[in-house]
Structure formats: structure tokens, C-alpha cells
Ligand binder design. Sequence first.
Ligand SMILES: Nc1ncnc2c1ncn2[C@@H]1O[C@H](COP(=O)(O)OP(=O)(O)OP(=O)(O)O)[C@@H](O)[C@H]1O
Length: 300
Amino acid sequence: MKSAKSQSGGKHAKGHTEQQNTAGQEASAYISDPDSPSIDSQSIGDGIIQDEVAVAAAEPEAKSQPKAKASLLPPYDGPVLEVRNVHRSFQTGSRIIHVLKGIDMEVNPQQLVMLKGRSGSGKTTLLNMLGGLDQPSSGDILFSGQPLQDWGDRKRTSLRRKEIGFIFQAYALMPLLSAWENVELSLRMADVPRSEWKDRVGHCLDLVGLSKRVKHRPFEMSGGEQQRVAIAKAIAHRPRLLLADEPTAELDSKMGAQVMSVFRNIIEVEQVTICMTTHDPTILEVADHVYEMADGRFIK
Ligand SMILES: Nc1ncnc2c1ncn2[C@@H]1O[C@H](COP(=O)(O)OP(=O)(O)OP(=O)(O)O)[C@@H](O)[C@H]1O
């Protein structure tokens, strides 16, 4: 796993020990400011995980009673994602690095779309933008027809919590929580009413083939099983979009194939849309569409 990058838009989950160590501190921040501030200036893994650590550590009573999932987005029949001429540059010291150089793409409902390309081509930078974790330097990203750049930090945070599920290369599960509790956490974060948790957690763990592992903690499971818990967790709150950053990179080919078959199944059953990055040529055939990136552009 690579280290986090120097500036906004970096990536990757922190190690578990670090997640645990920050729990108390993050929890108090969460309680004192329930509408937690934007995490857009943090890496994809850092932002999501700090958010989760805070919610996991907070006493349930410290939050107001969860409300039913309010719709953030008006009904829309078009693509889940429309990306128009997106550029992203980073400044490191006196240097400006132009990472994305005019990206155009569309992701339609219930598609499995893959971004492939060599290391450093810009895949994760783009994924961060698609999840509203970072903003383009120029260009537009529409999520279900809504231009994300016109949304404030708070609304984008809410979009991430309610409409997007994130999956990482290194699973990013809470190490002290069981599979069941890890999935439950995502419902708590999305303000899903507690009365719905039991059925929904059971259903999601069943979908990923882990109904017999619900009490296991991450260290008691194989890599493939942990990644399937992470998938159950990512879909539990019924997001429209799943974003996965190299979800099979740590797995052998058999477990990688299982994860891809779970992806196909949840697209059918949960009607979710998936956009993922990969280096693995053996899984590309499962995709509905593959975008190949080189040096910040798509190769035709
Ligand atoms: N926050 C940042 N500050 C400076 N440079 C960055 C930042 N984020 C990404 N970059 C640079 O942008 C380029 C693309 O990085 P990115 O992580 O998007 O590539 P990638 O295709 O996902 O690579 P990999 O397959 O290794 O994960 C790299 O040269 C990287 O160093």
C-alpha cells in the first residue's frame, strides 16, 4: 500500500492501529460538531475512515435519533456520473503537477466500469473526484444530473454518506468490530433508522456469502472474506454508486474472482452502479466498460 500523498486528493486507507489510536479524539470532534466539516482536503481512505472512527467511537445516545434516509437527489433517469473535461493539478512547493488532463466519461446505472492504467496515470485522483472527496481544477462532474462543484461541503459529505459506498484495496474494516458490527456502522453513519439495521445487515452479509461469519472479527477472516465484509458494509445503506480502489489487489486470483462475482450479483440485486480501478488484466472481461488511462488522459 502506498503512503498518503502530500496534498489534497491523495489516497489510501491508514493502517488499523492508527485508526484505533485516533478514535477518542475523533469521537469528541464528532460529538461537538455532528455536521462534521468537509473531508475534501484529505485522502480518500483517510477521510472516510476518520469519519467512521468518529461515528464508531461516539456513544449512540450522543447522536439524535436516526431519521429515514431523506432523498438528496431528485429523480433522474440519466447517467449516475457524467464527467466533462475534468482537469486536476496539484501544487507541490513551486511545482504544479498537471495530473488529469481533460477527462470525459459516463457511467450509466447498473454498469460495472473499470479504470485501468499504469501506476501514476491518475486513476485514484479521478476516483477521488467521482466520490466528491476532491474537486476538479476545472471541468464538471454531475452525480445523477447534479453538478457536484455547486454543492457545499456539508451537502457533499451527506452525499458521500448516503449515496456512495467506498471499497479499498486494504479492506478498511474496524479491527475490533465483528463483521456484523462493521456493516451496522455504515447504517449508523447514513442515519438509517435502528429498527431497519437487523434485517439489512443480515441481508447484506448473506448477499456476500458470509452469513456464517457474522461474529468474526477481521483478523479471524481471510483476505477475501474481509473484502466481502467491506462490500457488505459499502452497500448496506443502499448507495447508488460504489467506488472501489483496486479491490482485488491484495487477493489471489480465486478470491479476486469471488469478489468480482459478488460485484456482479449486487449490481443485479441491489441495482447499484460500480466504478473501480484495477491493475489486474484478468478481471477486465467482467466489466461493462473499461477506460484506459495514460498520463492523465483516456486512451481511445
Ligand atoms: N495530492 C497530490 N499532490 C501531488 N501529486 C499528486 C497528488 N495526488 C496524486 N498526485 C500525483 O498524481 C499522479 C497520479 O496519481 P494517482 O494516485 O491518481 O495514480 P494511480 O493511477 O491511481 O496510481 P496507482 O495505480 O499506483 O494507484 C502521480 O504522479 C501522483 O504522484
